[in-house]
Design a protein around this ligand. Structure first.
Ligand SMILES: [Zn+2]
Length: 617
């Protein structure tokens, strides 16, 4: 904490002036405080020279800052977060570092408990940090630390309290009770507010969903460890522990509870992977949750994907590069052909594909999807949920759909030869086909389809646009700073990364810092997209049986934006950091090769280049 010395001096004066301390005991504490940069207030209370209440009263009188018994107040950070437009007001670390805790917020005024009322610089910093007028109230270091601890660990404490209440043999009769439980709870519509049951597992599951929705998590992992159960949430792409230490003995009950909430999962079956779906609603928010279970060494792992409803964005809103937007639009406006989005799981392929669907849907067209499962329900689109157990595969659903006079067809994922064959045929016969594939980059998608048994000529004439997508991490707008000149990589390294020689001149980059509003300097994500538009040069290479490397080469020469280039363009705009781009585009060095080639060509043409010429003897 800053300006401890000033506060200590003031306090020493106040206490001495009032004759409240025994000098023989006091002097060593004053020395200790100054030597260890500790708050004298804390030392005198701990040393029982004066009680906390008296001390607060004296300092309050002297500083004019009202004192408050923080022990009697419940700090509700979730409430403050809502008032702060859904952004966390403060992190635990920054609260501890600044030794303060926000208590209330009205309009532009934030009431904050502080331990040092004399620190003007801290007040100014807090004003900047929170973007509000600060109304300080006085408390002690001890009480503030305690308040920080209970405010940030409220949910864990609640879980711990539930454990205390839990009867010891709760898990023993669970087995017998489960069938009955299943009957009872089938009636529940999944509304968390009306679960009614107050068994610990139900309470914990409710807590887990509540925390996930409040933090905007995309996935929930409930993981069996040897001696405990861990719950992690994926927030902005990173897993963070939410409930790290749930007791092992509750694990089965938690798994069962979640399985019961789905319609399809069997709670007695723990040896096989299962899938299910839950619809939850909480505080007016509704969303679908896709549930998967997998037997692991130490028990069953449950993984849940939260599919938010009603936040579907159109193509303009998902932050595409202007050129990608243009190319994609061109592909979508064709009456036939294939637009493909590829990338690993969780790379935002579905979001991009749905935004494409939103773009093409209109009352004059018959837009259809075949999905497993249906991720977003869209008004005005015919969505078919594939169900292999009942004999409805991607291929059979597609075949049936083609007899329903479709204009546009979105296929959730192309996994097998039969599906790709029907998709290609549809795309050749006057239908626009959108789909996803699991490939690493745009060019290898072409060779993948050929490997699945489609003639190169057919591929060349149907595929119009291929995107390969990742999610980049967006730098926090509140705390990002320009990267100091000395930290910017040198020219050679920049060329290797894939910046062009022109960009390297006066290169400006931003870097992550970290503040109370973000996660280590990053907040939110954006689509990082490699974009290949089919053209005659690429077609020629495909038909000639070119490898993915050859396709990639010609695609880059004819204007493909590689993944790395897309990342670098976002770096130049200050959207993300160079570290994140490198992490997201490992293995995509083609941009660098191109840049190095251009640089070499420039140097070769430039007689003033620094290349040392051998002097003839
Ligand atoms: Zn930040």
């Amino acid at each position: 904490m800053a300006n401890v010395i000033g506060y200590n001096r003031k306090l020493a004066n106040i206490l001495r002036k009032n004759g409240l301390v025994d000098e023989a005991q006091f002097t060593p504490l004053v020395e200790k405080a100054s030597k260890e940069n500790q708050l004298l207030a804390k030392l005198v209370v701990e040393g029982e020279l004066i009680d906390e209440q008296t001390l607060l009263g004296l300092v309050s009188e002297d500083s004019g800052v009202p004192a408050l018994d923080l022990d009697k107040i419940k700090v509700d950070l979730e409430e403050l977060k809502l008032l702060n437009k859904g952004n966390d007001l403060i992190t635990e670390d920054s609260a501890k570092a600044g030794m303060n805790i926000p208590l209330a917020m009205i309009g532009d005024y934030l009431t904050l408990a502080v331990a040092n009322p004399y620190d003007v610089i801290l007040m100014d910093n807090l004003k900047l940090q929170f973007g509000r007028q600060i109304m300080p109230v006085l408390s002690t270091e001890r009480a503030i630390l305690k308040a920080i601890d209970s405010a940030f660990h409220a949910a864990e404490k609640e879980v711990a309290a539930m454990m205390e209440e839990m009867p010891v043999d709760d898990d023993l009769n669970l087995e017998d009770a489960k069938q009955e439980e299943k009957e009872d709870e089938k009636k529940s519509d999944g509304d968390l507010g009306s679960m009614g049951d107050d068994s610990p597992a139900v309470k914990i599951v409710k807590q887990i969903f509540s925390r996930a929705l409040k933090t905007g998590a995309s996935d929930i992992h409930i993981e069996p460890c040897e001696k405990r159960t861990r719950v992690r949430l994926r927030i902005d792409g990173m897993l963070t522990e939410a409930f790290p230490n749930l007791p092992k003995k509750l694990e089965r009950a938690i798994c069962s509870r979640i399985k019961i909430m789905t319609d399809t999962m069997n709670i007695a079956e723990r040896g096989k992977p299962q899938d299910g779906r839950i619809q939850i609603s909480m505080e007016g928010k509704k969303c679908d949750v896709r549930v998967n279970s997998l037997p692991l060494v130490y028990g069953e792992k449950i993984c849940m994907r939260i599919l938010a409803k009603g936040n579907l964005k159109d193509m303009k809103e998902i932050g595409l590069e202007p050129r990608v937007y243009e190319i994609l639009n061109r592909g979508l406006s064709l009456p036939q052909g294939m637009v493909l989005v590829t990338g690993p799981t969780g790379s935002g392929k579905s979001t991009t594909l749905y935004s494409c669907l939103k773009t093409v849907m209109n009352p004059e067209e018959n837009v259809n999807t075949v999905e497993d499962p249906v991720e977003y329900e869209l008004e005005g689109i015919n969505q078919c949920h594939v169900n292999p157990k009942r004999g409805l595969s991607f291929a059979s659903a597609l075949r049936a759909l083609l007899r329903q006079d479709p204009d546009t067809i979105m296929i959730g994922e192309i996994r097998d030869q039969e599906t790709i064959e029907i998709a290609v045929k549809a795309a050749l016969t006057g239908h626009l086909v959108l789909s996803t594939l699991h490939t690493n980059d745009a060019p290898s998608t072409i060779t993948r389809i050929i490997d699945m048994g489609i003639e190169p000529l057919m591929v060349a004439s149907t595929v119009s646009v291929v995107l390969s997508q990742r999610l980049g991490r967006r730098l926090c707008a509140n705390c990002k700073v320009p990267m100091p000149k000395e930290e910017i990589p040198g020219r050679e390294e920049c060329l290797k990364l894939g910046f062009t020689p022109e960009e390297i001149e006066g290169l400006k980059l931003m870097k992550a810092v970290g503040c109370s509003l973000c996660n280590n300097g990053y907040k939110g994500r954006f689509a990082l997209i490699e974009c290949m538009e089919m053209n005659n040069d690429i077609r020629r290479v495909i038909i000639a049986g070119g490898s993915d490397i050859e396709i990639r080469k010609i695609a880059l020469e004819t204007g493909m934006i590689s993944l790395r280039r897309a990342g670098l363009l976002n770096c130049l705009r200050g959207v993300t950091s160079i570290e994140d781009v490198i992490a997201q585009t490992v293995g995509d060095e083609t941009a660098a090769e191109e840049a190095l080639k251009k640089d070499k060509a420039k140097n070769d043409a430039d007689p003033t280049s620094t290349t040392v010429q051998a002097i003839p003897a």
